[in-house]
Write a protein that binds this ligand. Structure first.
Ligand SMILES: [Zn+2]
Ligand SMILES: [Zn+2]
Length: 147
């Protein structure tokens, strides 16, 4: 699967369902590889300013990815998880470069529109990185190179 298959996906705003705060502006709808009935929203940029880690690393039963739950900073509810260290099969198969996941039952998502306001904004239209509110985040890469 090449990354180009993700380019015609809609970009979504992801909001916390519990307190309505905006969690991230670069969401992508996804399904869990191990259980395609489970819907998720993923993002590629660490949403450090809106979520925080809770508890410690754990592994799923289906694979060896190391995960860490993330909770909304405002209300403290768990809204998803971060893939701290993806396992090899996942890295090879499902990789859209997104290691931050939001549970679809904990968040609400709104499709973003392009600058004209007429069309849906697609991932192919997005710049590689979008430094909107977060300026000076030099620590993005701390987890990116764990194998
Ligand atoms: Zn919240
Ligand atoms: Zn895995």
């Amino acid at each position: 699967m090449s990354t180009s298959t993700f380019k015609n996906r809609c970009v979504t705003l992801v909001c916390c369902k519990f307190c309505d705060s905006l969690l991230c502006t670069r969401g992508m709808k996804a399904v869990l590889l191990s259980d395609t009935k489970v819907e998720l929203f993923s993002t590629d940029i660490p949403p450090h300013s809106t979520v925080d880690f809770v508890a410690s690393c754990y592994c799923t039963e289906s694979c060896k990815c190391r995960l860490k739950d993330i909770a909304c900073l405002k209300c403290g509810n768990v809204v998803g998880y971060h893939v701290v260290a993806p396992c090899k099969p996942c890295l090879l198969s499902c990789n859209n470069g997104h290691f931050w996941m939001f549970h679809s039952d904990s968040v609400s998502a709104v499709n973003r529109l392009d600058p004209s306001g007429l069309n849906l904004l697609l991932w192919g239209d997005l710049p590689e990185t979008e430094s909107s509110e977060d300026e000076g985040t030099g620590d993005l890469s701390e987890e990116e190179y764990i194998r």
